[in-house]
Design a protein around this ligand. Structure first.
Ligand code: 13P
Length: 308
């Protein structure tokens, strides 16, 4: 009953205020259901760059809302819970990166989108897990690169592209915690299943799977596959859209629904705080203009390089 009321009010407020809700695949099913667009980090950034809505409500984590604000300074960007952070983004402080950068003056800084606006402002190019390989392959072969903040993703890019990027020692609390023993156990349980994984997982996991890709890439892979059973090694929120698009396929996660392996920050978005944020037009993400313009350049470069 309460959820029905909240859903109806959210739809009404969206219309009344010309607002759009962008949600990541890791958010709760009921959040994905009220969203205008559900996607991976790349798709969400592209959508944020092209919307003509007056208000963008971002159901994801803080750095994603920052990216939307950087791309859309004249729009109001609302964040249902300002405490929805990202351990990975927090692992790279701008001051530490600036100090590291000064010791490697010949290196370009390539940053995974999971970082703060301050880190983006120090970066030459941003990548997401959806475009990292394509964009790195477009850079000159002898380019010296520092990659921040995800060491696992950086290691994966190095292996796939033959680069020798210097890697920051950061990791996603969810993906870095998947265990090989658990993967072996579930593979034995479902021997016919094809295994897909996010590149934020550790190397020993990625070496044992059939497909590596961003959330959107895994979704596409499963939707286009003729196989009928999959083990999905990422945050379990993605299963909602995957199952919706593939009602005839069996999908398993590594820990089969144990919520302690979910991203608590993504799950901080709920119908109640989305409703309140739209109603009160708060909390609003405000960003210093000088920081925004510096952070915009490497994001724009990413968006340009992604389409060509
Ligand atoms: P993608 O949205 O690029 O799949 O990455 C999700 C993410 O942030 C994993 O922590």
């Amino acid at each position: 009953m309460k959820n029905n009321f909240l859903r109806a009010e959210i739809l009404r407020l969206k219309k009344e205020k010309n607002a759009i809700i962008l949600a990541h695949y890791y958010t709760l099913p009921e959040v994905q259901e009220v969203a205008d667009y559900v996607g991976d980090s790349l798709g969400l950034a592209q959508k944020a760059a092209s919307t003509d809505a007056d208000i963008i409500l971002f159901a994801g984590v803080h750095f994603m809302a920052e990216t939307a604000k950087i791309l859309n300074p004249t729009r109001k960007v609302l964040v249902p819970d300002m405490n929805a952070g990202c351990v990975l983004a927090d692992s790279c402080e701008a001051a530490k990166l600036a100090a590291f950068k000064s010791k490697h003056p010949e290196h370009k800084v390539l940053s995974y989108v999971n970082c703060s606006a301050a880190v983006k402002a120090l970066s030459d190019l941003i990548v997401t897990s959806g475009n990292a390989l394509k964009l790195v392959n477009k850079l000159p072969e002898d380019e010296k690169i520092i990659f921040v903040p995800d060491g696992n993703l950086g290691d994966y890019i190095n292996r796939e592209t033959g680069r020798d990027m210097i890697l920051w020692d950061g990791a996603c609390a969810i993906h870095d915690n998947f265990e090989v023993e658990q993967l072996e156990k579930i593979k034995k349980q479902y021997p016919k299943a094809i295994v897909v994984a996010h590149p934020e997982c550790r190397r020993e996991i990625l070496e044992k799977v059939d497909f590596v890709g961003s959330t959107a890439a895994m979704l596409k892979f499963i939707s286009q596959s003729d196989e009928k059973e999959f083990i999905v090694v990422t945050e379990s929120g993605i299963l909602y859209e995957m199952q919706k698009q593939n009602p005839d396929k069996k999908l398993h996660t590594l820990y089969n629904g144990d919520p302690k392996h979910d991203c608590v920050n993504m799950k901080k978005n709920n119908l109640e705080n989305i409703y309140n944020a739209l109603l009160n037009e708060s909390p609003e993400l405000i960003m210093d203009e000088e920081l925004r313009t510096k952070a915009l350049l490497p994001i724009q470069k990413m968006l340009e390089m992604s389409i060509s």
